[in-house]
Write a protein that binds this ligand. Structure first.
Ligand SMILES: [Zn+2]
Ligand SMILES: [Zn+2]
Length: 290
């Protein structure tokens, strides 16, 4: 009898134990993390604190690899403007002003995601997340819209009558490095930041797109400001992608190459003329040496 009692207890314990095993032990970790977030935090917390965390973590994590390159002699050959290496003073100056800008301008704007999500009834549910190929298509639409907005408004900010009041700040660094990407006058952050929003307003139906697009746009702008042209950079698989050399030239020359991502607007309006001439001159110098 006593033995049966023990067996019964063991059976009960085993069935109780089984209740603690998740229905699907192979549930992808991302799904678990996402559902943990939506089960434990409110829409307000996710859209404000969550968006700020995604923005800040992505910005500094993505800037970190190129930041370390200045300490690695092997990476020097990939530096675009070799005669203007990063200095501790310029990076510290950039970081200080950037943090103030991010705290007082970017943070409230990113927190505004909550108003946007409520107004457009954006879904946070894992089950309603679009398939990866739909997300890719939405990213592409956002990229094309942002790039177009950026070309025309960035070019307008270079107009002699207003340049010194707003855009001159972003051009403080003639040889950019990763964190220069968001180093700008608050008015510029808002004007060019609108380009980020239009695509989202048109295509966004899920928080994942908002965060994914934010992360992708940061990846792209940090890449073009990194100051390094790395071989096998997968971003160059994007057709018409400008890349670091394209935007680095804009900082070096102060004119031309106004687009943020692609090269076609500059080609159509001939604003890449000086860049092409510069590349031809550089190629001729290399040929002479050989
Ligand atoms: Zn500019
Ligand atoms: Zn720039």
């Amino acid at each position: 009898m006593a033995e049966e009692g023990i067996m019964e207890t063991m059976r009960l314990s085993a069935s109780e134990y089984l209740e603690y095993i998740p229905e699907n032990p192979l549930k992808p970790p991302m799904e678990s993390a996402w559902t943990y977030m939506t089960d434990n935090y409110t829409r307000f917390q996710i859209a404000t604190v969550g968006s700020v965390l995604v923005h800040m973590a992505t910005y500094y994590l993505l800037s970190f690899p190129a930041f370390t390159f200045q300490f690695i002699p092997y990476m020097r050959k990939y530096k675009i403007q070799k005669d203007k290496p990063e200095t501790a003073a310029s990076q510290w100056k950039c970081l200080r002003i950037l943090l103030v800008n991010q705290l007082f301008v970017q943070l409230p704007m990113v927190c505004g995601s909550y108003v946007y999500c409520e107004f457009f009834n954006i879904s946070f549910e894992w089950d309603k997340m679009p398939a990866w190929y739909v997300l890719m298509g939405q990213f592409l639409v956002c990229l094309v819209i942002e790039d177009t907005w950026h070309y025309f408004f960035h070019r307008a900010l270079h107009d002699k009558r207003i340049y010194k009041y707003i855009h001159k700040i972003h051009h403080n660094f003639q040889a950019p490095f990763g964190i220069v990407a968001e180093y700008a006058h608050p008015a510029e952050t808002m004007i060019l930041g609108l380009g980020f929003m239009w695509g989202i307003m048109l295509t966004c139906n899920h928080l994942m797109l908002l965060w994914g697009w934010m992360a992708f746009r940061l990846l792209e702008t940090i890449d073009v400001h990194s100051g390094y042209d790395l071989p096998l950079n997968p971003l160059h698989l994007l057709p018409f992608y400008g890349g670091a050399r394209f935007h680095d030239f804009h900082h070096m020359n102060f004119n031309g190459n106004y687009s943020s991502t692609f090269t076609y607007w500059d080609k159509i309006f001939g604003t890449d003329k000086q860049f092409i001439e510069y590349n031809e001159k550089e190629a001729a110098k290399v040929e002479k040496k050989d």
